[in-house]
Design a protein around this ligand. Sequence first.
Ligand code: FES
Length: 140
Amino acid sequence: MPATTTGYSEALIEHFERPRNAGAMEDADAEAYVTNPVCGDSMRIFLRIEDERVAAASFLTSGCPASIGTSSAATELLIGRSLDEAVALSREDYAEAVGGLPKSKLHCSVLAAAAVREAIEGWRGENARAEAAERAGAAS
Ligand code: FES
């Protein structure tokens, strides 16, 4: 896809202007909030998880067009994936999903990658604790 005069791809601009799955999710199973320490932009991601798969994803991102565009594309990439597949997605995968990012904006795709990992790791940690508590309860 040809790059625009801003250096952003048309796909990125399209995601920025018409973000998919934007907004909070009331019944999320997992969520995470991450901030880019360099610029202060932030992303909150919400995931609904069913049978170890991402059944739904949404986001709230406060930041530059690249961070909002990659957040939007991230939700589309995530839905339907197993948790292992979702965790394995890299910032390069998110950047690729918006047709690439200008060099100076490559760091903007870090938000999505970090938020997804944190949300899923947090969910897994909570599940492990709940299962351990259940086992302890059953044993007493
Ligand atoms: S400039 Fe901060 S995430 Fe893009």
